[in-house]
Design a protein around this ligand. Structure first.
Ligand code: SF4
Length: 686
C-alpha cells in the first residue's frame, strides 16, 4: 500500500525513509514561557509516529521579520533554548527536523514585537492582511537581512538541526521581492526579472555559504502567487532553475498569498489541486539538467492516498503535509501499518489552526484537541487503573464533545458507555457535514465512533435519558454531560405559523424548502444553511475544474474570478439584527463563504429589526428605518441555540459526579473547537 510514499528518498545529503514531510506550521508555542517544553512535545510525538522530516514553523531571522508576537526570533536566547529542546526531542525519537528561516516583510503586524520597528518590505505597498503600509528597505537593510538569513542558518546547524528551509513563498518578504506587485524598486533589487530574483538568490547563496555544501537546504518557492501582479510564471520557472544552480537541495512549492482571492487550503479546494504547480517546476528543473534537486508538493493533501497518487507519476519527489499532522500525529504510522482507515482526517476547517496562527492563541485542532497541549495531555496510556471505585463512566450525548470525551476516557483505559438521544451520533457536527464542502466532517464522526467500537464502548443510540434513568447513572463513577443544544426560539408574532421552522428542521430536510426563503439570523449556522439551500450538494469539482473556475488554469494565474455556483433552486434572504453576516466564522474561511453566497445570489440584510412573520413573508424595519415586507414561502429561524442541560441538576441532586462539555455547558462562544476541547478536558476532570 502507498508504494510511492513508502520508499526512501534524499534531500541533498539527507536520506529519508519515506516521502512525507511534515510542513511548517506556526504554532504560537514558539515563545511559550516553558523552555520549549510544549514545542518539543508537539514535535516529538510526530517524530515518534514516523514523520520523515519535520519543518518547524517559521522562525524570524530578525525581530522586524517576526510575523507577530508569537513568533520566535533566531537571535533570541529563549527562542534558541526552545528550538534546542525541540531538536533534542525529535532526535531522541529518531526523527529529522529542519528550521524554517522566515521574514514576514509587509505581512508582519505593526507593533507586534517590542522594539522591532515598523514592518519593512521591498517597497511601501499597503498590506491588507497586516493593515499597514511597510517602510521601504534601504540597500543596506537588504544586505543586513541577507546576513541575518545566513546567521540564522549557522545557528540552526549549531543547534543540531538536520536542515534549513528558506521561506520564500506565501507572500512573505522573499516573495515580495519577486512579485512586481510589491517590488516597485528600480535599483539593484528590482526593476526587471533578474533584479527581482536577486534577493532570493543572494539569500540562498549566503545560507549555503554559512552552512557548507553538505548541509541540506530547502527553499520554499511560490508556485503561483495567485494575486494580480504576482511573480509571472516564466519568472517563477527561471527562479527555480537559478535556485538549483545556487545550491538548493530541494524546492518546496507553496501557492497563494494571504491577499489572494483564490482559496488554497479551504475545504472547497479539491485535494491535490496544487500538485500541478510543483510538477511544472520539476519539469523545468529536469529540462535544465538539475536531476538532483528534490521537488516537494504542498497544500491540500489530507490523505496519504492523495500524496501517493501525486507521487505516482514520478514528477514529484516528496509531499509536504502540515494540518494532517495536527489532526492525527500517527497519520504516517497508521498508514504504514496498512490502516489508513484509522486516521483522524483533517477536515480543512482551519478553525483551531490557521485562524489561531494569525493571532496569539495556541494552535490546536478541532478534531484532535490534544494538538498543542501534549504536555498537559500526554499520549493516552491505557493503565486499566480506574480512578473511581466502580471503574465506569457514562457520557451522555454523542455529539462532537461527547464523542471526544468518550474516546479520551476509553483511551485512558476506563470503561465507558455512551448514550445518545438521536438515532445517529454526531449532533450539530452531523448537520454541518451536510453543508456543501463540509462532507469531510462526517469522517470525524465515523473515526470517533470506530475508535469507540474498537475499544468496546457501547453506544446507546435513541436513548434519551431522564429522571427515570438516574438510578442507572448512579452505577457510574461519573458522568460527562454533553447533551448539546437545541435551536433557540424567537419571541415574534407569527413565529408559530406553519411555514416557519427552525434550522435543525431545515437541515434535516432542505429539499422541503423552496421558492422564497427568509432565514432569520446571520451567524455561522444561518450562513451554512443558505449555502446548503443554494448549492448543489453534488457540485464537487476536480482540481482541473477548480483551477478553471478560478481562472488559474493554463499556468496563467488570473485570480479574482468568482467561483461558479450551481443555479440556485430557491431565493434565499438572510436577515440579521447585527451588522455582520457570518461574524463567528474564522478569517481564513469567512471571505470564501461570503463570496460563495454572493455568487449564489443570496440577499443579505443587516441592521434590521424584526417586526412580525406573516403568512406571506417577514415584516422588518431596515437599517434606514423604513418598514419592508420580505416575501417568503418559508421562514427559517437560525437565531441561536439553547443548552440542553436538564439532566445536570438531577445528577447533582443524586450525588453523581458530573462535568458538562460543549453546548450543555453553555452557548456563549460555542463552536466545534470549544466543544471538542471541553470534551477532552471533561474526560480528564471527571
Ligand atoms: Fe485540520 Fe481543522 Fe484540525 Fe486545522 S483545525 S488541522 S483544518 S481539522
Amino acid at each position: 500500500m502507498y508504494d510511492h510514499v513508502f520508499r526512501a528518498g534524499c534531500i541533498g545529503t539527507m536520506r529519508l525513509p519515506h516521502r512525507i514531510v511534515m510542513g511548517a506550521m506556526h504554532l504560537n508555542l514558539e515563545t511559550a514561557d516553558d523552555d520549549g517544553a510544549a514545542l518539543a512535545a508537539f514535535y516529538a510525538e510526530r517524530a515518534a509516529a514516523g514523520a520523515a522530516l519535520i519543518v518547524t514553523g517559521g522562525v524570524a531571522v530578525n525581530a522586524v521579520g517576526a510575523g507577530g508576537p508569537g513568533y520566535g526570533v533566531i537571535g533570541d536566547s529563549r527562542t534558541r533554548a526552545a528550538l534546542s529542546a525541540a531538536v533534542r526531542a525529535v532526535h531522541e525519537r529518531g526523527g529529522r527536523i529542519a528550521l524554517q528561516l522566515f521574514h514576514a516583510g509587509r505581512y508582519a503586524l505593526p507593533g507586534a514585537r517590542e522594539g522591532a520597528g515598523h514592518p519593512v518590505a521591498p517597497s511601501p505597498v499597503h498590506s491588507a492582511f497586516a493593515r499597514c503600509t511597510p517602510r521601504e528597505m534601504s540597500p543596506e537593510e537588504i544586505t543586513t537581512t541577507i546576513a541575518d538569513f545566513a546567521e540564522g542558518a549557522s545557528a540552526a546547524r549549531a543547534l543540531g538541526f538536520d536542515a534549513v528551509e528558506v521561506m520564500g513563498s506565501e507572500g512573505y518578504l522573499i516573495n515580495q521581492f519577486t512579485a512586481p506587485l510589491t517590488n516597485l524598486r528600480d535599483d539593484a533589487w528590482g526593476g526587471d526579472a533578474a533584479r527581482r530574483r536577486r534577493f532570493p538568490l543572494e539569500v540562498l547563496r549566503a545560507v549555503r555559504a554559512a552552512v557548507g555544501r553538505d548541509f541540506p537546504v530547502l527553499f520554499r518557492i511560490s508556485g503561483n502567487d495567485l494575486v494580480t501582479g504576482g511573480t509571472p510564471p516564466d519568472e517563477i520557472t527561471a527562479l527555480a532553475v537559478a535556485l538549483a544552480e545556487a545550491g538548493a537541495d530541494a524546492l518546496s512549492v507553496g501557492v497563494g498569498w494571504h491577499e489572494s482571492p483564490v482559496p488554497t487550503v479551504q475545504s472547497e479546494v479539491p485535494a491535490g489541486t496544487w500538485a500541478a504547480c510543483a510538477k511544472a517546476l520539476k519539469r523545468a528543473l529536469l529540462a535544465a539538467g538539475h536531476t538532483d534537486v528534490a521537488v516537494i508538493a504542498a497544500n491540500r493533501f489530507p490523505h496519504l492516498a492523495q500524496a501517493d497518487e501525486a507521487l505516482s507519476g514520478g514528477e514529484l519527489d516528496f509531499v509536504a503535509m502540515a494540518r494532517p499532522f495536527l489532526a492525527d500525529p500517527q497519520i504516517v504510522a497508521k498508514s504504514a501499518a496498512g490502516r489508513p482507515d484509522r486516521v483522524n482526517v483533517c477536515i480543512a476547517c482551519n478553525e483551531a489552526c490557521i485562524d489561531r496562527s494569525f493571532g496569539t492563541e495556541r494552535v490546536s485542532c478541532l478534531v484532535n484537541p490534544r494538538a498543542g497541549y501534549e504536555t498537559e495531555f500526554p499520549p493516552p496510556q491505557p493503565t486499566r487503573h480506574h480512578r473511581g471505585p466502580l471503574g465506569r463512566y457514562a457520557v451522555i450525548g454523542a455529539g462532537i464533545a461527547g464523542l471526544e470525551a468518550a474516546r479520551t476516557l476509553a483511551g485512558l483505559g476506563h470503561q465507558v458507555e455512551v448514550y445518545e438521544a438521536a438515532a445517529h451520533p454526531g449532533g450539530q457536527f452531523r448537520l454541518a457535514s451536510r453543508v456543501p464542502g463540509k462532507a469531510e466532517f462526517a469522517a470525524t464522526i465515523h473515526h470517533h465512533v470506530r475508535e469507540l467500537r474498537d475499544a468496546g464502548v457501547p453506544l446507546h443510540l435513541g436513548r434519551r435519558l431522564g429522571s427515570a434513568d438516574i438510578p442507572e447513572l448512579r452505577s457510574f463513577d461519573g458522568v460527562v454531560l454533553a447533551t448539546g443544544v437545541r435551536p433557540a426560539g424567537l419571541t415574534l408574532s407569527g413565529a408559530d405559523l406553519p411555514h416557519v421552522r427552525d434550522y435543525a428542521q431545515a437541515f434535516a430536510d432542505p429539499e422541503a424548502l423552496g421558492g422564497r426563503i427568509v432565514v432569520i439570523g446571520g451567524g455561522g449556522i444561518a450562513v451554512d444553511l443558505a449555502h446548503t439551500l443554494t448549492t448543489d450538494p453534488a457540485a464537487a469539482v476536480t482540481p482541473e475544474e477548480f483551477l478553471a473556475r478560478h481562472a488559474v488554469a493554463g499556468g496563467t494565474p488570473r485570480p479574482g474570478t468568482q467561483p461558479a455556483v450551481r443555479g440556485a433552486p430557491c431565493e434565499v434572504t438572510l436577515i440579521r439584527r447585527g451588522r455582520r453576516i457570518g461574524a463567528g466564522i474564522g478569517p481564513s474561511t469567512r471571505w470564501v463563504v461570503m463570496r460563495n453566497l454572493r455568487a449564489a445570489g443570496v440577499r443579505m440584510l443587516t441592521g434590521v429589526t424584526y417586526r412580525k412573520i406573516t403568512p406571506t413573508g417577514v415584516l422588518v424595519t431596515d437599517a434606514e428605518g423604513s418598514e419592508r415586507s420580505l416575501d417568503a414561502d418559508h421562514v427559517v429561524l437560525a437565531v441561536g441555540q439553547a443548552p440542553v442541560d436538564e439532566l445536570a441538576p438531577l445528577l447533582h441532586a443524586a450525588g453523581v459526579p458530573v462535568v458538562t462539555a460543549g453546548g450543555a455547558a453553555g452557548t456563549d462562544g460555542l463552536n466545534a473547537v470549544r466543544a471538542t476541547a471541553e470534551g477532552l478536558r471533561a474526560a480528564h476532570r471527571i
